[in-house]
Each structure stands twice: as structure tokens, then as C-alpha cells.
Design a protein around this ligand. Structure first.
Ligand code: ZN
Length: 136
């Protein structure tokens, strides 16, 4: 794994949170994106070389809606940049982690992503992401 790619924060109202985080960082978000398959609307902020992703549920079955029901707003996942997501999925399965997406899926921000179940990672939802430059 290369580095933390971004940290995802679950919010109830992404418009309100966009203004809040704009005040916090002193700069507005640089993009919004809806990932229909996941039932989320996202926005991204740059903080130096780091990125923060805000996630709002777009329907009640969205994993973000379920997360907020259970735990309230807050840090939802930590995403790590990887060069070869298929290799990492195989490697982590062999190490005993519960991989939620055996086949990587298209995530926000032009990434291929896969998640590890928090039960296998001390309660932290881990996202692997690989830039989709050379992959379709
Ligand atoms: Zn993410």
C-alpha cells in the first residue's frame, strides 16, 4: 500500500457540511460526484496533499444511511492507494481479512475500489483504491 488516499466522513446533509468544511479548511470542495450504485453523493476537499471525502446517502438502503443510523455522523472509512488492487485483494484474503468486494468496483474519483469488512480490521472500514488510468 502506498499512502492514505483519502478519509471518508459520513454526513447527513452534504450541502451544510460542504460549507462547514470549507470554513474549516479555508477552501471549498473541488468536486462533487454521485455514485448511484452505492447510493451516495460525495464531495472532495484537498488539504495539502491529503484528501477528505464527504458522503451523504441518497436513499435509505445506502450503506451511508445504515452507518449514520447505527453510529451517527463521523469518520466512515480510510482509503489506501494501491498499485494493483487485484493483487492486494488476493494478498489480504490470504492474510485472513474479509474482503467485501472480490472484484473491484468503480468508485468515486475515477478509482477502482474494494472494501475490507471492519470486523476483520479492528472496527475500521478500509477502502483500497487504484487509479483507473490504465484500466477499464
Ligand atoms: Zn472513499
Amino acid at each position: 500500500m502506498n499512502k492514505i488516499e483519502h478519509i471518508g466522513i459520513a454526513v447527513k446533509d452534504i450541502e451544510a457540511s460542504n460549507s462547514l468544511f470549507e470554513k474549516l479548511f479555508g477552501e471549498p470542495h473541488y468536486k462533487v460526484e454521485e455514485v448511484e450504485s452505492e447510493g451516495v453523493k460525495t464531495s472532495f476537499f484537498k488539504v495539502g496533499s491529503n484528501k477528505i471525502e464527504l458522503l451523504e446517502a441518497t436513499n435509505d438502503n445506502s450503506p451511508i444511511a445504515k452507518f449514520i443510523d447505527k453510529k451517527g455522523e463521523g469518520i466512515h472509512h480510510i482509503a489506501f492507494d494501491v498499485d494493483d488492487i487485484e493483487f492486494e485483494i488476493e494478498r489480504l484474503k490470504k492474510e485472513g481479512f474479509t474482503v467485501l468486494n472480490e472484484t473491484p468496483k468503480k468508485g468515486a474519483d475515477n478509482k477502482l475500489v474494494a472494501f475490507l469488512h471492519p470486523r476483520s480490521t479492528n472496527g475500521v472500514l478500509i477502502e483500497l483504491c487504484q487509479e483507473r488510468v490504465n484500466k477499464e
